[in-house]
Design a protein around this ligand. Structure first.
Ligand SMILES: *[C@@H]1O[C@H](CO)[C@@H](O)[C@H](O)[C@H]1NC(C)=O
Ligand SMILES: *[C@@H]1O[C@H](CO)[C@@H](O)[C@H](O)[C@H]1NC(C)=O
Ligand SMILES: *[C@@H]1O[C@H](CO)[C@@H](O)[C@H](O)[C@H]1NC(C)=O
Length: 386
């Protein structure tokens, strides 16, 4: 566990508040002068672009995968992964070619929320749309939202779930769906499909928050943190979250995270940020996409990004405001739903939809009184690094 500097935290919070005020005022002026004179509103977009035309041949099973040593003793899921590991292109069922206003205008999007959500998680998507995932501006900067999904089940059930996403798309226009089977081992594929889509449709987005649909992301704090960086146009490397500096492939067959040597034979993973939620710049997203073309897919999506970063010679960094692992909550006395705790954070794992809604409402309350981040004074074992 990292170490805490309380006074540094309080100091930077004060500075943040002070700069927020002056920057807020400055941005209001800029925002009004830019957007009220140039365009009526930056969104919605004027032209409707044509959807992507899929032009790859259907990806075939690679039977030679069965030639690797010990293949027959592997579970069906791992075998399946190895058979289809090379498949990187799948047809899109739902597309959002205009989400960022087109490739050129995508620089207008400051923070793109990219949330992995399988078709069945309707309730989670709904609550995110009403809470931290709302598409809006904060301090004059645009926040946009995308859910990324594959398909589930087969036959009529698959069609019914596809219909659900299609109906949501009509109403909210926030879903990318590809025709591949959702599974834990296919999460990396989903990630790479998104980066490919981004390269085509939103290459100039400044920053992204990539995460799960059960995290509480304080998107306003994120915008303020990113805006406060010295390079805040997304053109420099940034990859920040809950840092896992060293980890090892799980060789225990019954684990969800099981990765046999046939899939990944190194004994360690490079450093990476936990996949529950992390921040990255548009630049870093493009680098990861580039580098990924020459790295075979790995079933653990966040560790795979670590591999890509390492190959590109880039490092992930720890951000103390991101708590994606249950055991990392800084104090046993701490209630993770405590609005005063949430108010200081960037992202906390894991929330049920009802708790998400209540917490969001409570932290919006301008009369909420917080005793100056009490939890930080009790827990001298966390490092803060805004
Ligand atoms: C797999 O092994 C079989 C039999 O050992 C061999 O005939 C075949 O060429 C191998 N396939 C590949 C693609 O290596
Ligand atoms: C990943 O998706 C593809 C396409 O639907 C499927 O063939 C494959 O079995 C899936 N892989 C796993 C490990 O579930
Ligand atoms: C990605 O690769 C392309 C072609 O190799 C290159 O032109 C581009 O600069 C690369 N982008 C980044 C961000 O590395």
């Amino acid at each position: 566990m990292p170490t805490l500097s309380t006074s540094k935290f309080r100091m930077s919070t004060c500075v943040n508040i002070a700069t927020s005020f002056s920057l807020g005022a400055l941005f209001l002026v800029l925002y009004l002068s830019l957007f009220l004179t140039d365009h009526k509103t930056p969104y919605p977009q004027e032209a409707v672009r044509k959807s992507y035309v899929y032009s790859h041949p259907r990806c075939q099973q690679d039977i030679s995968a069965a030639n690797s040593t010990g293949f027959s003793s592997l579970s069906g899921e791992v075998k399946d992964f190895l058979y289809y590991r090379h498949c990187r292109h799948f047809p899109m069922i739902l597309d959002l070619p205009d989400k960022c206003g087109g490739a050129d205008k995508s620089a207008d999007v400051f923070l793109l929320l990219v949330i992995k959500s399988p078709p069945t998680n309707y309730d989670r998507r709904q609550v995110l749309r009403k809470t931290w995932g709302q598409e809006r501006t904060h301090k004059g900067l645009w926040i946009r939202r995308i859910f990324i999904s594959g398909t589930m089940d087969v036959g009529l059930e698959k069609e019914r779930l596809n219909k659900l996403l299609q109906l949501e798309q009509q109403e909210y226009n926030d879903i990318l769906q590809w025709d591949f089977a959702e599974s834990f081992y296919n999460l990396t594929l989903k990630q790479i499909l998104f980066l490919e889509w981004m390269d085509r449709n939103c290459p100039k987005v400044r920053f992204l928050m990539n995460g799960d649909d059960d995290v509480f992301a304080h998107t306003e704090n994120m915008v303020e943190y990113l805006q406060g960086l010295s390079d805040n146009d997304g053109s420099k490397h940034l990859y920040a979250g809950y840092l896992i500096p060293e980890s090892f492939p799980v060789r225990y067959e019954n684990s969800k995270y099981f990765v046999p040597v046939q899939v990944y034979d190194s004994k360690t993973y490079p450093p990476y940020c936990g996949g529950g939620g992390f921040l990255l710049s548009g630049y870093t997203a493009a680098v990861i996409y580039n580098v990924s073309q020459s790295i075979p897919l790995l079933p653990i999506d966040d560790a795979y990004i670590g591999l890509c970063l390492a190959k590109a010679g880039l490092a992930p960094v720890s951000h103390m405001g991101v708590w994606t692992l249950g055991w990392a909550v800084p104090s046993s006395k701490l209630d993770k739903y405590d609005p005063c705790f949430i108010k200081e954070m960037l992202l906390v794992h894991r929330f049920l939809p009802a708790d998400m809604y209540v917490t969001w409402q409570v932290i919006q309350d301008p009369n909420l009184k917080c005793g100056g981040a009490k939890w930080l004074q009790e827990t001298p074992s966390v490092t803060f690094s805004w």
